[in-house]
Design a protein around this ligand. Structure first.
Ligand SMILES: *Cc1c(COP(=O)(O)O)cnc(C)c1O
Length: 245
């Protein structure tokens, strides 16, 4: 089996090919490595191969991993000699469902949150974001395949919720995130991603100034890039198949 660095290289090659095929600059797509269920050792192997941004779905698992990674990376605050949880080297993105009792830990320890689907959660994250940190970079999750998934705001609600989030001082609304219904049919993959892009354009026509489309995973990133993804969230193609305990 190939190593994490080899698989990471293969994913970069796919991203480059998809960007070129779509006549997009190759650096217009950022790779978020989804490290959920994998340990600090896997994160460090990817980091050693140049990967900087990591996605996590579960708060407790993520915080334990950040501590372990930073201990190994020795990212101490030189002034206080305290271990930094917020690594200056790596960027952590929260991509899982958000419970309201977890918002403080998310606001304090992540750079990005992709999965905001309620104004109430956004408000808590904004209030709980430490003022010494830059605003939390966020995406509004939209529910494109409405019958298949329960997560995300409907297309109809998106403008109203996006406006409310954009007004919050502790957050910076960057764009939209979606997880369409999984399918091997590339035409259907593209149709779902196209809907997200069209909504993105519509919100920007209302002056929201969004620059991020977080869409595409291991199985559908090529279609997502063809439809304008700026962040692809890729787990198993980098780290291998996940096993849940
Ligand atoms: C797990 C997960 C991914 C990565 O999925 P793969 O199919 O392993 O690439 C991407 N986005 C979200 C929201 C996830 O939960």
């Amino acid at each position: 089996m190939s190593s994490i660095s080899q698989k990471l290289q293969a994913v970069h090659d796919s991203i480059h090919a998809a960007a070129l095929a779509a006549s997009r600059p190759v650096d217009s797509v950022m790779l978020l490595a989804v490290s959920k269920t994998f340990g600090a050792d896997a994160v460090l192997q990817a980091a050693a191969a140049g990967q900087r941004a990591f996605g996590e779905n579960y708060v407790q698992e993520a915080l334990e991993k950040m501590v372990a990674v930073n201990q190994l990376l020795q990212t101490f605050n030189v002034a206080t000699d305290k271990l930094l949880l917020q690594s200056p080297v790596l960027e952590w993105h929260f991509i899982g469902p958000i419970q309201s009792n977890k918002t403080r830990l998310i606001a304090e320890n992540f750079a990005w949150v992709h999965t905001i689907e309620r104004e109430k959660i956004a408000r808590r994250l904004s209030e709980q974001r430490p003022p010494e940190l830059p605003p939390l970079q966020v995406c509004l999750q939209v529910n494109i395949s409405e019958e298949a998934s329960k997560s995300g705001v409907s297309v109809d609600q998106a403008l109203e919720v996006a406006r409310a989030i954009a007004a919050l001082p502790g957050l910076k609304l960057r764009g939209l995130m979606a997880i369409p219904e999984p399918t091997d049919d590339v035409a259907r993959q593209r149709a779902a991603f196209r809907q997200v892009r069209e909504l993105f354009s519509e919100l920007n026509a209302h002056g929201l100034g969004l620059d991020t489309l977080s869409m595409g995973m291991s199985g559908d990133m090529t279609a997502a890039i063809a439809e304008g993804a700026t962040i692809v969230r890729v787990g198993s193609a980098i780290f291998g198949a996940r096993t849940y305990s």
